[in-house]
Design a protein around this ligand. Structure first.
Ligand code: SF4
Ligand code: SF4
Length: 426
C-alpha cells in the first residue's frame, strides 16, 4: 500500500516488529455511544426480517444468521438505530447496522449457557465471526479434516503486533482454544507459527512451533507452506485446498474464552500506528469508529493525511474516520500527508526491482503492462496473476511509483468477476 520512503525511513526496514515480553494486558477505551457493524450480506428483506431499527439487542444477540449457520453477534447491548446498505472494497455490498449502546449491558442467554451445549454440530452458529475472522465454514464443513492447522502467532503485515501480543499475553487461552479446535475439527496436528525471539519457544511444552523468520513476508500462509511445509500452493488455490487450515492466534484465544468462560467475542485487539510511526495495542469493542479511537489517543488528522485499515504493505486506505473496527481490522495507521509519496502515471522503466522483490517469482514488470490495459485473462494465463500472494513488496520497491499492488488486487477481482459471470451464463 505504502511506497517508500515510509515514515521517513532511509532504507527499507522490512522486518516484523518483535513483542518480546508477555503483554501486561491491552489498554481499552470507553464504550462508544454508537457502534456500527457490517454484515457480509446486502441489505435485503431477508436481513430486515431478522433485525429492524428500533429493536433492542443484547450483547451476543444474533444480528443475522443464514441457512448455513453463519451468524453475526451484536457487540453491545442497545437499540438498533439504523440499517443501511454499504458498498465496500471491490464492490462488496454489506448491511451496515448501527446500534446505540446502552449502559446496562446484558449478555444474551444463548451465550451464557453455551459451554454446556456447544458441539461440532452447532459451532457454526456462534463462530462465523470471531475476532480475526477465521473461516470456520471451511474448518467445519470439510468432508475430510485438514491434515494440519496452523495457528498464526505472527501478524501478516509490518508494524502490526496483534497476534504476537495475544500469543505472549494469552498463551493459556490459545492452548485451550487449540484443544477445542481439535475436538471441533478432528484435526490432530496443530502448529503455532512464531518468531525465533518468541518466548513461546521456552514454554511451548507439547505444542509444535513453526519458527518463521523475522523477514517480511515469511509469516504469510503461502510462505509458511512453501518454506516450512515444503508445499507450493498452486496458482489460484488457497492453502485450504492443499489440506492446511490457517487461523489467527487471536481467534483461537477468543474461542477458548467463549466456550470456557462465556465471554462474548466482541473485542478486537487493534494496533494503532500514529503519524510518527509509534505503535500501540488497544482492545476495542467491535464496531467502534476510527474517530473514537483516534480521539481517545489524542491523534488528530488534517487535510492530506491518510488513514489506513491494516498495515503498511497490505492495508487499504479508508475515506472516513466513521469507518468502524471490524472482526478483521488488525491495525489503524495514520500517515501524515507530507510523507505520502504520490503514485505516478509514469511508465515502467523496466528496472526489474519488482521482479527481484517478488517472493512468488512473478514477472511483475510484464504483468503490469497487461493489467494497465485490462487484459485480465491474459494476465492470468501469461504472467501468473493468480500466483500473487499479496505481499505488496513490488509496490514498495517500484521506482516509477506505479501502484502495482492496487493494479494486482483490482486485476484479481476483475478476473474472478469475469469467471463467475461466464459460469452463470453456461
Ligand atoms: S506480485 Fe507483488 S504483491 Fe504479488 S507476490 Fe509478487 S511482490 Fe508480492
Ligand atoms: S519496479 Fe516499477 S519501474 Fe521497475 S520494472 Fe517494476 S514496475 Fe517497472
Amino acid at each position: 500500500m505504502i511506497k517508500k520512503p515510509f515514515f521517513s525511513m532511509g532504507a527499507p526496514r522490512l522486518k516484523y516488529p518483535v513483542v518480546k515480553r508477555p503483554d501486561p494486558g491491552f489498554d481499552s477505551i470507553p464504550l462508544p455511544e454508537r457502534v456500527t457493524v457490517y454484515i457480509k450480506r446486502p441489505l435485503s428483506p431477508a436481513v430486515e426480517g431478522l433485525i429492524q431499527a428500533g429493536e433492542r439487542v443484547k450483547t451476543g444477540s444474533r444480528l443475522f444468521f443464514d441457512d448455513e449457520g453463519s451468524c453475526f453477534l451484536s457487540p453491545v447491548t442497545g437499540t438498533i438505530a439504523s440499517l443501511d446498505e454499504f458498498a465496500g472494497y471491490m464492490d462488496t455490498r454489506y448491511t451496515s447496522v448501527t446500534i446505540e449502546t446502552a449502559s446496562d449491558e446484558e449478555v444474551h442467554e444463548d451465550i451464557k449457557g453455551l459451554s454446556s451445549v456447544f458441539s461440532p454440530e452447532n459451532a457454526a452458529a456462534f463462530l462465523a465471526d470471531l475476532p480475526g475472522s477465521p473461516d470456520f465454514k471451511s474448518f467445519l464443513k470439510r468432508k475430510e479434516p485438514y491434515e494440519a492447522i496452523i495457528v498464526e502467532g505472527v501478524d501478516d503485515d509490518l508494524l502490526i503486533r496483534v497476534n504476537q501480543a495475544v500469543l505472549e499475553g494469552e498463551l493459556k487461552d490459545v492452548l485451550e482454544g487449540i484443544q477445542i479446535l481439535k475436538k471441533l475439527t478432528g484435526v490432530e496436528q496443530v502448529y503455532i507459527s512464531a518468531l525465533p525471539s518468541s518466548s513461546l519457544r521456552m514454554k511451548s511444552g507439547d505444542v509444535d512451533v513453526i519458527e518463521v523468520s523475522e523477514q517480511y513476508p515469511s509469516a504469510l500462509p503461502e510462505m509458511i507452506m512453501k518454506n516450512k511445509l515444503k508445499r507450493v500452493v498452486p496458482a489460484g488455490k488457497k492453502c485450504s485446498d492443499s489440506g492446511v487450515g490457517f487461523i489467527k492466534a487471536e481467534a483461537v484465544a477468543s474461542l477458548a474464552k467463549l466456550i470456557n468462560k462465556g465471554e462474548v467475542p466482541v473485542y478486537k485487539v487493534v494496533t494503532v500506528i500514529d503519524k510518527k510511526g509509534s505503535a500501540r495495542n488497544l482492545r476495542v469493542r467491535i464496531g467502534t469508529k476510527v474517530c473514537d479511537i483516534l480521539s481517545h489517543l489524542g491523534i488528530s488528522t488534517s487535510y492530506g493525511d491518510r488513514i489506513i485499515a491494516g498495515g503498511p504493505m497490505r492495508g487499504k486506505s479508508i475515506y472516513s474516520e466513521d469507518m468502524p473496527v471490524l472482526w478483521d481490522t488488525d491495525a489503524i495507521m495514520v500517515q501524515p500527508g507530507r510523507e505520502i509519496t504520490p503514485c505516478h502515471d509514469t511508465p515502467c522503466i523496466n528496472c526489474g526491482e519488482c521482479v527481484r522483490a517478488c517472493p512468488a517469482n512473478i514477472p511483475v514488470n510484464m504483468l503490469i503492462r497487461l493489467l494497465e490495459n485490462r487484459l485480465y485473462e491474459m494476465a492470468v494465463s501469461e504472467y501468473d496473476l493468480l500466483s500473487c500472494i499479496e505481499c505488496g513488496l513490488c509496490s514498495y520497491v517500484c521506482v516509477a511509483r506505479i501502484p502495482l499492488f492496487q493494479y494486482i488486487m483490482l486485476g484479481k477481482n476483475e478476473y474472478l468477476k469475469l469467471k463467475s459471470s461466464e459460469g452463470s451464463n453456461v
